[in-house]
Design a protein around this ligand. Structure first.
Ligand code: FAD
Ligand code: NAP
Length: 343
């Protein structure tokens, strides 16, 4: 029987470690339990006819600013299956509740290439397509071939291919048109059996050198990435956070030229005919790196990450993030867009 709790704290279910109450909380362990949930007595009133329903993975990309007056579905659908294999590639279908890093380990231990650079990103496989998770030059969109979901309003099962997911930079259709409208229950990935190391980012190359590895396996790369991440990023178990709070802004060449003329030390990255500016650099230049206000602050090693030192509310963190946006805007005229989902 599907597990259900009423008026429950979401504190254990979000990595920012903020308090918020859910009026109704379901724990979904298989796609089959979806029907049980939809048939649950009074379900359509609880969810206000599906208008008030939030799917939660590990809550590592979420900021609750209020209680959630509706249905929260904590997704715990497991299982990793190989659905196709040939000499050069393999396709795997992961249940959406599979812990992302378990999936990375599952693949690198078998010598399959594609997601090794995404080691140690918190969260679930089902959330990977939502914000098209990315790190060290690799994005989930590079390897996702299909996302299987249930459309809550239409009451229909659906399968979206890579193009239909509308992937963008930390973005997808699930963050826009389908926001809060689907429950993703599995994701299909195509991985390579042929070595294809992506070592563009200097951090990984340096770490591999330090490890004395010149011809790395996928497992070596994921170990190097994990080591760099452990040294740089706050562990949410110790310091509440949801990773990068803002996206790196992508600006026109004209704006980039203006900025780099004024700040020759700026290191931007070309993206087609535009430039990606490190948001962390903008925040640091605006004087916010390491800045603390009460129980929240800008992490001293990586100012793109806002941290909860304990007891900050979601509203306070949101207010703090707006001050950072204002500081960056008043200095550079650039609007920092939020990466974290605010509810
Ligand atoms: P949640 O936070 O629970 O949900 C995120 C969003 O997805 C919500 O809108 C939710 O409704 C929706 N969602 C979740 N599951 C489903 C589902 N099954 N069906 C439909 N909608 C769903 N992100 C990166 O891209 N790269 C990084 O390198 C990175 N590093 C991080 C480091 C730290 C320390 C932390 C705390 C976070 C980091 N993140 C990073 C952000 C986060 O890990 C990812 O966005 C992750 O994919 C969120 O997974 P989750 O299961 O916790 O999703
Ligand atoms: P970093 O290596 O110090 O680089 C700063 C920024 O410059 C990054 O955000 C990255 O953009 C960009 N960059 C660096 N080298 C690049 C290259 N060769 N080509 C194109 N862009 C380049 O960043 P970091 O803070 O230590 O993070 C390392 C990686 O982990 C990054 O990919 C970052 O996105 C990821 N990460 C993400 C989160 C999150 O919550 N989203 C949290 C921690 C780390 P991109 O961000 O586009 O890669």
């Amino acid at each position: 029987m599907i597990r259900y709790l009423r008026n429950t704290s979401l504190l254990p279910y979000n990595t920012f470690g903020v308090e918020a109450m859910a009026s109704h909380l379901f724990f979904l362990q298989s796609p089959g339990e979806l029907k049980e949930m939809l048939d649950f007595p009074g379900f359509s009133q609880m969810s206000d006819d599906m208008c008030n329903l939030l799917v939660l993975g590990q809550g590592s990309n979420i900021l609750f600013t209020d209680d959630y007056h509706g249905v929260v579905v904590r997704n715990e659908i497991g299982g990793i299956n190989v659905t196709y294999e040939d000499e050069t590639s393999v396709m795997i279908e992961a249940g959406s509740g599979v812990v992302w890093n378990d999936l990375v380990e599952f693949t690198v231990n078998r010598g399959w290439w594609g997601i090794e650079n995404l080691a140690l990103i918190p969260g679930t496989a089902g959330a990977a397509p939502v914000q098209n998770i990315g790190a060290y030059g690799v994005e989930a969109a590079d390897v996702i071939t299909r996302v299987n979901a249930f459309h809550l309003e239409k009451g229909k099962w659906m399968a979206l291919d890579n193009r239909e997911c509308g992937f963008g930079y930390r973005d997808s259709i699930f963050k826009r048109e389908l926001r809060n409208k689907t429950i993703i229950y599995s994701v299909v990935f195509r991985l390579s059996k042929k070595a294809q190391p992506m070592l563009e980012y200097s951090g990984i190359r340096e770490e591999l050198e330090r490890m004395g590895i010149s011809d790395p396996s996928g497992a070596d790369i994921s170990a190097a990435v994990a080591s760099v991440r452990r040294s740089k990023l706050p562990d949410p178990e110790i310091l509440g956070n949801a990773g990068s709070f803002f996206k790196n802004p992508v600006v026109s060449e004209t704006i980039y030229r203006e900025l780099s003329g004024k700040y020759p030390q700026l290191r931007a990255h070309r993206q087609g005919d535009q430039y990606k500016i490190p948001a962390a650099w903008l925040i640091e230049k605006a004087g916010c790196k390491g800045y603390r206000e009460g129980m929240m602050g800008c992490y001293e090693k990586q100012p793109l990450i806002l941290v909860n030192y304990g007891g900050a509310t979601g509203k306070q963190i949101l207010g703090f993030s707006e001050k950072i946006q204002e500081s960056v805007y008043s200095l550079f005229g650039i609007v920092l867009e939020r990466e974290v989902n605010v509810f």
